[in-house]
Design a protein around this ligand. Structure first.
Ligand code: ZN
Length: 348
C-alpha cells in the first residue's frame, strides 16, 4: 500500500546535458559517446530511487532531450530540430512555444524506447514505469505541416503509433506504461469529444498496467505565473468520472501545487490514484510531515491499496540536490502514513 513512484523525469547531470536548458537538454557529450553517458546517468537515477526506497522506478528520462521529442525522433515524418513557434495549451501561458514539425508520412520503423527499457531492467529488480506522450498532448505540441486533417483523425493516428510502442514496451518487461496527457487539463471539450477514445486506443491490448498522467505542466516560471493567476481548478471533476469508465488502470494527478479538492478523487471509481505530493515548482524540499499531511487528505477518499504517491510532474527543471531531496521527502512521508495505517489496523 501507498507505493512510491515519480512522474517520470529527474534532472540530468551537467556532464550529460546543459542544465540551463533542462526541458530541451542539449547534449554536451559527443554523439559517439552519448549512449554510454546516458547509461551512466540512468544508473545514477536508479541508484537515487533505490536509495530512497521507491517501489516503482523510471529511467529518470536521462536518455531523452524532451519528453515528446525522443518519441517523435523515432518516427518517420517528424522534424524536432527545425522547430517553429506555436501557441500551445490554449494559449494559457501567452507565450508561443518551440514545437516540432510533422513534415511527412508518420510511421514507426522500429521500437523507440525498448533498448533503454532493457538497460533499465538489467539494472534494477524493482517494477519499472515508462512514460509516453499521449495523442492530445502530441497534437498540441507539434505543428502539422503535412496531413492538415481534423484533430480527431490526427489523434487516432497518433494513438496507433503510441499503442505500437506501448505494446512493445510491455512485451519487453515494462510494468507500467504511463501516457502523459497534461492537455486533458486544458481542453475539456476535446477530452470529451475524442480524448478518451484516443487514450483507449493508445492502451488497447497493452499487457501491463496502464496509467494516464494529467498534470498542470512543469514547474517552470511561465507555468508558475499562470498558476498564480488561475482560479479554475475543477478540471479533474470532469476527467476523473469519465476515466472511471475507461480501460485505464491508474490516473496520475497533481495535488501538491494545484488547488484541486481531494474529494474529487472519490469520483475515479476503482482506478488507482497516483497522487502528486511533491511540488515540482520549488527548490525547497518539503518536510516529511508536509508530505504525510498531503497523503492523509487523499486517504479520506482513496484506500491505501489504491493510492500511489508521486511527484506532481517531472523534476527535470529542478537542481539535482532539490530533486534527490524531494525523493527522500516523498519516501519518508509515505513511511509515516504507512505506519499510521498499520497502527490503526492492528488489533488493540
Ligand atoms: Zn506532468
Amino acid at each position: 500500500m501507498l507505493r512510491t513512484t515519480i512522474a517520470g523525469s529527474l534532472p540530468k547531470p551537467s556532464w550529460l546535458a546543459d542544465p540551463d536548458y533542462q526541458l530541451f537538454a542539449p547534449w554536451v557529450v559527443p554523439r559517439e559517446r552519448l549512449w554510454e553517458a546516458q547509461q551512466d546517468a540512468i544508473r545514477l537515477a536508479l541508484a537515487e530511487q533505490a536509495a530512497a526506497g521507491f517501489d516503482v522506478v523510471t529511467d529518470g528520462e536521462q536518455a531523452r532531450r524532451h519528453y515528446i521529442w525522443d518519441f517523435l525522433d523515432g518516427l518517420t515524418g517528424t522534424d524536432t530540430h527545425r522547430t517553429v513557434k506555436k501557441r500551445t495549451r490554449g494559449d494559457r501561458y501567452a507565450v508561443p512555444q518551440d514545437v516540432a514539425r510533422i513534415v511527412g508520412e508518420l510511421s514507426r520503423p522500429r521500437p523507440i524506447m525498448v533498448d533503454i527499457l532493457r538497460f533499465v531492467k538489467q539494472h534494477t529488480t524493482r517494477p519499472v514505469k515508462v512514460a509516453l506522450p499521449g495523442p492530445m498532448t502530441i497534437i498540441d505540441t507539434t505543428a502539422d505541416e503535412y496531413y492538415r486533417d481534423d484533430e480527431k483523425t490526427q489523434a487516432m493516428r497518433w494513438a496507433a503509433l503510441v499503442n505500437a510502442e506501448a505494446r512493445d514496451l510491455a512485451a519487453a518487461g515494462a510494468d507500467i506504461v504511463q501516457i502523459d496527457e497534461p492537455c486533458f487539463n486544458v481542453y475539456l471539450d476535446k477530452f470529451e469529444e475524442w480524448g478518451v477514445e484516443a487514450l483507449e486506443a493508445a492502451i488497447e491490448g497493452v499487457s501491463c498496467t496502464t496509467s494516464v498522467h494529467i498534470c498542470y505542466s512543469y514547474g517552470i516560471p511561465l507555468v508558475l505565473e499562470w498558476k498564480q493567476r488561475n482560479t479554475e481548478w475543477g478540471q479533474y471533476g470532469v476527467t476523473l468520472p469519465r476515466l472511471a469508465r475507461s480501460g485505464i488502470h491508474q490516473v496520475s494527478v497533481e495535488f501538491a501545487a494545484s488547488r484541486m479538492d481531494p474529494a474529487v478523487l472519490a469520483s475515479a471509481g476503482d482506478k488507482d490514484i497516483v497522487l502528486g505530493v511533491i511540488d515540482v515548482g520549488t527548490e525547497a524540499v518539503e518536510s516529511p510531515e508536509i508530505v504525510a499531511d498531503r497523503i492523509r487528505k487523499a486517504l479520506t477518499y482513496v484506500p491505501p491499496e489504491r493510492l500511489y504517491l508521486s511527484t506532481d510532474c517531472g523534476m527535470v527543471p529542478r537542481s539535482r540536490a532539490a530533486a534527490y531531496g524531494k525523493l527522500r521527502a516523498l519516501a519518508a512521508g509515505a513511511r509515516i502514513v504507512r505506519d499510521e495505517v498499520l497502527q490503526q489496523r492492528s488489533p488493540a
